[in-house]
Design a binder for this molecule. Sequence first.
Ligand SMILES: Cc1cc2nc3c(=O)[nH]c(=O)nc-3n(C[C@H](O)[C@H](O)[C@H](O)COP(=O)(O)OP(=O)(O)OC[C@H]3O[C@@H](n4cnc5c(N)ncnc54)[C@H](O)[C@@H]3O)c2cc1C
Length: 317
Amino acid sequence: MFPSHPASLTRFMYDLMIIGGGPAGITAGIYAARQKLNTLLITKDFGGQVNNKAVAVENYPGFEKISGLELIQRFENHLKKQEIEIKIDEVAKIEKKTGNFLIITKNKQKIESRAVIVASGGDPRPLEVPGEKEFAGRGVSYCVLCDGPFFKDKPVAVIGGGNAGFEAAIFLSNIAKKIYILENSPQIRAFADNQEKIKKTGKTEIIINAALKEIKGDKFVKSIIYQDMITKELKTLEVKGIFVEIGTQPATSFVKDLVDFNERDEIKVDFETFQTKTPGLFAAGDVNLGKYKQIVTAAGEGAKAALAAYDYLQKLS
Ligand SMILES: Cc1cc2nc3c(=O)[nH]c(=O)nc-3n(C[C@H](O)[C@H](O)[C@H](O)COP(=O)(O)OP(=O)(O)OC[C@H]3O[C@@H](n4cnc5c(N)ncnc54)[C@H](O)[C@@H]3O)c2cc1C
């Protein structure tokens, strides 16, 4: 039996449902619409992680330097010129029933689709150390673009020595007095151009082999304690702000019964079609086990997943 028809949608049954409005989902939407699939894209927001980007994007072909917000606005405008339905909502669960997918949203809407592309990316990965939850919003931040300006002329720490951590520190170098970057491995993982930019700031100290142990303060953050992983010595840094940049955790709870995961909870896919272990269910972008998580790779995977979904649907009919 069909679920009750949500008033704002035009169909009981879609060919394809895309979950996510980041680079992967938007690109999948453009490709699906151009293949004339009856497509619904459901997303909590447009832009995904690109909305949190503090410095300009310099590695998306065709744009030597463009702000993340402008780039994603262009993606969104392009999508909205296509014949595609868009709904702002959160997917709570996907089930597969009698060959089709039943999608249940947070607003309790039920929608059916013949194929699904999961492009739900990830949310910031938490530190999981004492003091993190207590001081969230009181010195601990997961968005340097949103909260960085509160730390004018103050010492701050960025946790994570990857590209996101380095870019956060580059952004903060125009605001904060001193920036520490803590990395818990012996190597820095940020790209070479970001490493060069950090050197030029003149006020960033990189501490490798540093395992964060605790965040301390009273009303607001006052210091952090980390362990030198080589000497095992505990050290204290007096900082007013902590920016968490240790990567993302895939947003997959709504699909967990239909897919397999790797050890990082990323969805396993076949890299030719981006199909999961469930026929007709695809996963593109940061949500899958792909190693190089970038805007251009997410967009490329969105395109491939949409074309693979089209082939899958052609074989069904
Ligand atoms: C700080 C930072 C800087 C970066 N800088 C660069 C850079 O310079 N160049 C570059 O190429 N890459 C950069 N990246 C990486 C890039 O942003 C990601 O690889 C890319 O955004 C992944 O796209 P995505 O579509 O897979 O996922 P996301 O961008 O995470 O988008 C996921 C979408 O899914 C939606 N969603 C999630 N769960 C649900 C649900 N249950 N229901 C409905 N919707 C849902 C979200 O609202 C969001 O719209 C950066 C990342 C960060 C965090």
